[in-house]
Write a protein of this length. Structure first.
Length: 306
């Protein structure tokens, strides 16, 4: 297979035809990679909703060097041979990213001090890097009451950014979907059909793919800050899934169980609800060792020497 060359932030990389700009940037790594709040490589059709990954195409290709007139979503735009892309090197891109961050935070509550997602929240990272120090709006924010959409899942719609990841998970890895996006425009919200409960063997993966604290694990709710726990890789024999998980422990107590994620915060494999919610005893698991978390993460604080 012949590879094509693309330049992103003055760094050239060779990728397969059909690769998106975002995935080409991920081959380079580091600050070259645009943030992505809605794209998920394992979910077909994801991406193109949040607009945080917009980049500037300064040169369309070697054959047609004209620039693209507008910023393009890197998660949806396929690279061309000789394409030149600007991400962090473009003031226009950074200005747009700040505007998008402000837009995502317009109705977002200041829940970080009480939110279980604090410390591993993609929106926190985005707002820290691109957000304003204070809001410019004076209007009342749209608010929703927290609701239970399943035996183990709490929905706080105030925090939702409508990335559609949870909907795609239900569509693509479960037998049936009973929730979705209801309403239109600024009245859009995640909800279930006539108060049906989300109840299937893989519904807990909706929590793992949520980039914010809109969907949280009721069995872990308010039990501990994530940086006070220690993550360990563990596995068990399971007939429904791979059984490979991360055990978040405090002492000898397993506070929560999640799927294993890569450096882009995407699940390596989806796990079943039986592993996630029903096995919170240490004797249920074979502990492989401490999970290595990147040092930039608050979770890694005081956990590792190297």
């Amino acid at each position: 297979m012949s590879f094509i060359k693309v330049t992103i932030d003055n760094i050239e990389v060779e990728v397969e035809p059909g690769t998106t700009i975002l995935n080409a940037a991920r081959k380079i790594g580091g600050s070259v990679v645009p943030p992505a709040m809605c794209y998920y490589s394992k979910l077909e059709g994801s991406g193109g909703y949040c607009r945080t990954c917009l980049v500037k195409v300064a040169q369309g290709s070697a054959k047609d060097p004209r620039p693209m007139p507008k910023l393009v979503p890197s998660c949806r735009t396929v690279v061309q041979d000789g394409m030149v892309v600007q991400n962090t090197t473009s003031p226009e891109v950074l200005d747009n990213r700040r505007a998008i961050t402000e837009f995502l935070l317009i109705n977002h509550p200041l829940d970080c001090p009480v939110c279980d997602q604090a410390g591993e929240c993609n929106l926190q990272d985005l707002s820290y890097e691109h957000g304003l120090e204070e809001t410019r709006t004076v209007e009342d924010r749209i608010t929703f009451d927290p609701i239970d959409i399943g035996d183990h899942i709490k929905l706080n719609m105030n925090r939702c950014i409508l990335c559609y990841r949870c909907v795609m998970v239900a569509d693509q890895i479960t037998d049936h979907r009973v929730h979705g996006v209801l309403g239109r425009g600024d009245h859009s919200e995640i909800g279930t059909y006539i108060l049906k409960a989300v109840d299937n063997d893989f519904s807990g993966n909706m929590i793992d793919v949520c980039p914010v604290g809109a969907l949280t694990d009721k069995t872990f709710r308010f039990k501990s800050r994530v940086w006070f726990t220690k993550p360990f890789d563990g596995h068990r024999e399971c007939q429904k899934c791979c059984g490979k998980t991360v055990l978040w422990m405090k002492g000898e107590e397993v506070l929560r169980v999640t799927g294993r994620k890569d450096k882009y915060d995407e699940l390596e494999e989806f796990i079943c609800d039986d592993c996630r919610f029903n096995h919170k005893e240490l004797k249920d698991w074979v502990v492989e060792g401490m999970r290595m978390i990147e040092r930039h993460s608050v979770i890694s604080q005081n956990h590792y020497n190297k």
